[in-house]
Design a protein around this ligand. Sequence first.
Ligand SMILES: Nc1ccn([C@@H]2O[C@H](COP(=O)(O)O)[C@@H](O)[C@H]2O)c(=O)n1
Ligand SMILES: C[C@@]1(CO)OP(=O)(O)OP(=O)(O)OC[C@H]1O
Length: 164
Amino acid sequence: MQTTLPLRIGIGYDVHAFGEGDHVMLGGVRVAHSKGLQAHSDGDVLLHAICDALLGALALGDIGKHFPPSDPQWKDVDSRMLLRAVQALLQERGWRVGNVDSVVVCERPKLAPHIDAMRAAIAEDLRVDTGDVAVKATTSERLGFTGREEGIAAQAVVTLIARQ
Ligand SMILES: Nc1ccn([C@@H]2O[C@H](COP(=O)(O)O)[C@@H](O)[C@H]2O)c(=O)n1
Ligand SMILES: C[C@@]1(CO)OP(=O)(O)OP(=O)(O)OC[C@H]1O
């Protein structure tokens, strides 16, 4: 049963493995790198984690349910399109995004120079101020699959606020 609370919270997590390529897409921003990310879409692990957090906040399933990897329509899709579609879905249901917090885990590429561009792209797609979107980067101190540079992980938490 859905509660009547005017605030909902969601969490999202995603991982993509490195493959061949010369850039990665993260937070809607193209970041030059010596590898790419393997995926059905453009592999934007950060936007996928945010989509999952938004869907999770309303118990609407996950990104794979809404945009199945088996569907050729999503092949190489720009993940900003998926994020905008999820935003439209929550707006239709009477919700708006309160804030987004997120973290990307990788040794490389170095993300600090790209963080503000990612925040701006995400804020635009979610129709919020950039001050409502946080993107952080961390290494995992060379531990685990991110530490071995086998892939990139991202995690996001969002709040949704009931529209008046
Ligand atoms: N891919 C990354 C990872 C980290 N950063 C920035 O470096 C700082 C130190 O990272 P630690 O893992 O040692 O905490 C961190 O604050 C990030 O801003 C980065 O730019 N790109
Ligand atoms: C984004 C979708 C689109 O088909 O495919 P992938 O790029 O493989 O990414 P994933 O994080 O596995 O999420 C599932 C899909 O919705």
